[in-house]
Ligand binder design. Structure first.
Ligand SMILES: *Cc1c(COP(=O)(O)O)cnc(C)c1O
Length: 363
C-alpha cells in the first residue's frame, strides 16, 4: 500500500472559481494565472481547469512552451517579461505575449526588430507601469516615453497598459492605498491608447469597478484569498485538498513531550495521533501548536514540531480516531487560508510548495 498522503485537485472547483472571477468582472477578459506550476496544481491540470479563460498567464518560458505543446491555442502572457534577447525567438516561435518593464527590453526589441519584422512577427506586449509596488515597471513620468518608443518598434503589434497592485486587499493602507496607485496609473497613462490590465485577485474580489479590458486573477481561481475576506464569503471553492491518514497513536501522560525538541509537553493524559505528512510533503515546518487539522472531519490541532515525514495532532477529544482515520491538512472542510494564517504565511505559499513526492489525483 502506498503511503496514504495524497493531494486531490478539484477541476470542477477551478472552473467554478474562474466563472466567479468572470462574473465579478463583467465585460473584462480574464487571464488565468498559472505560474508556479498552476500554484502547485500542475500546469496541464490548470490548463484544463481554466479552459474557459481568455488566456493563460505565467512567468516561466519552459511552461509557456509546454502549454502550446499541450494544445493551448488562446493567448499566453509572460508576466515577468523576457529575460534576454534570445527569449524573443521563443516568443516568436510559440506566439507568446510578454510584459515590458525596463529599457533593456526595449533595446533588445529594437535590435531584433528588423529580422523579426522580416519574418512577419508582431508581438502583443504589455507595458508595465510601476505605480508604487517598486518591483517591475516604468515610473509614471517615464511611461509615455517608453510607450512611444515601444510602439515605434516595427515588430510590435498591440500594447496593453498594465500595472500591479501592492495593497488591493487593504483599501486604507497608510503607505500606498489602491486609490493612490490608480491615481498614478491614470497620470502616467493619460492620453495613451490601448487596452488596460490592472486587477489581480484582490482587485477582482474587492474592487470590481476596476475591471478593465483584462483582469489577472490567480489565487482566487485556486480557492484561496489574498485577504480581505474568506473564500466562502467570496463564493470560492477549494481546488486542492491535501489529505493523509493517522498512521500511529500514542497515549501519553502529563509531562510527556512530543516530537523533535520536545517542544510540546502534555498538561494531562493525552492521545496523540501521528499523521503521514511532513515538511518534505510541503506542510509548513513552522506551523505552530494550534494549527487546525481535520481528523475524520472533526477539527483538532497540531501539537509538537512538524518533522520531515510526519506531524502530530491532538486526538484526546476524538476517542474513535484510529489507525487509518482520514486526515485533512487543507482543502475541502478546512480552508487553506485558515491553515496558512495559523502558520504565519499565505495560502499561495502552501499550495505552491506541494512537494513532488505527494501523489496527485483529480476528483
Ligand atoms: C501573480 C500575478 C497575478 C495574480 O495574483 P493573485 O494575487 O494570485 O491573484 C497577477 N498579475 C501579476 C503581474 C502577477 O505576477
Amino acid at each position: 500500500m502506498p503511503r496514504p498522503i495524497v493531494a486531490t485537485i478539484h477541476l470542477d472547483s477551478m472552473q467554478h472559481n474562474l466563472a466567479r472571477a468572470k462574473a465579478l468582472s463583467p465585460g473584462a477578459k480574464a487571464w488565468g494565472v498559472v505560474k508556479a506550476n498552476g500554484y502547485g496544481h500542475g500546469l496541464e491540470r490548470a490548463m484544463r481547469g481554466f479552459a474557459d479563460a481568455d488566456g493563460l498567464a505565467l512567468i516561466e518560458f519552459d511552461n509557456a512552451v509546454k502549454l502550446r505543446e499541450l494544445g493551448w491555442k488562446k493567448p499566453i502572457l509572460l508576466l515577468e517579461g523576457f529575460f534576454g534577447p534570445s527569449d524573443l525567438n521563443t516568443m516568436a516561435g510559440y506566439n507568446l505575449q510578454a510584459a515590458v518593464h525596463c529599457n533593456e527590453q526595449l533595446e533588445w526589441l529594437e535590435a531584433a526588430q528588423e529580422a523579426l519584422t522580416a519574418r512577419g512577427i508582431r508581438f502583443d506586449l504589455h507595458l508595465k507601469m510601476n505605480t508604487g509596488m517598486n518591483r517591475l515597471g516604468f515610473m509614471p513620468d517615464a511611461y509615455a516615453a517608453a510607450h512611444a518608443r515601444l510602439i515605434a518598434i516595427t515588430c510590435v503589434g498591440s500594447v496593453t497598459l498594465m500595472t500591479h497592485f501592492a495593497n488591493a486587499d487593504d483599501v486604507d493602507h497608510p503607505l500606498l492605498p489602491i486609490n493612490e496607485q490608480i491615481r498614478r496609473f491614470e497620470l502616467g497613462a493619460a492620453g495613451l491608447p490601448g487596452m488596460r490590465s490592472l486587477s489581480n485577485s484582490a482587485g477582482v474580489l474587492l474592487h470590481a469597478s476596476l475591471a478593465n479590458d483584462w483582469v489577472r486573477p490567480g489565487i482566487m481561481l485556486y480557492g484561496g484569498t489574498p485577504g480581505g475576506g474568506t473564500a466562502d464569503g467570496f463564493g470560492l471553492q477549494p481546488t486542492m485538498t491535501l489529505s493523509s491518514e493517522i498512521i500511529g497513536i500514542q497515549d501519553i501522560a502529563a509531562g510527556d513531550a512530543v516530537g523533535y525538541g520536545s517542544r510540546f509537553q502534555a498538561e494531562g493524559p493525552m492521545r496523540v495521533g501521528v499523521v503521514a505528512c511532513g515538511y518534505a510533503d510541503g506542510y509548513p515546518r513552522h506551523a505552530p501548536l494550534g494549527t487546525p487539522v481535520l481528523v475524520d472531519g472533526v477539527k483538532t490541532q497540531l501539537v509538537g514540531r512538524v518533522s520531515m515525514d510526519m506531524l502530530t495532532v491532538d486526538l484526546t477529544a476524538l476517542p474513535s480516531a484510529r489507525i487509518g482515520s482520514k486526515v485533512t491538512l487543507w482543502g475541502k472542510g478546512l480552508p487553506v487560508d485558515d491553515v496558512a494564517e495559523a502558520a504565519g504565511t499565505i495560502g499561495y505559499e502552501l499550495m505552491c510548495a506541494l512537494a513532488p513526492r505527494v501523489p496527485v489525483v483529480e476528483g
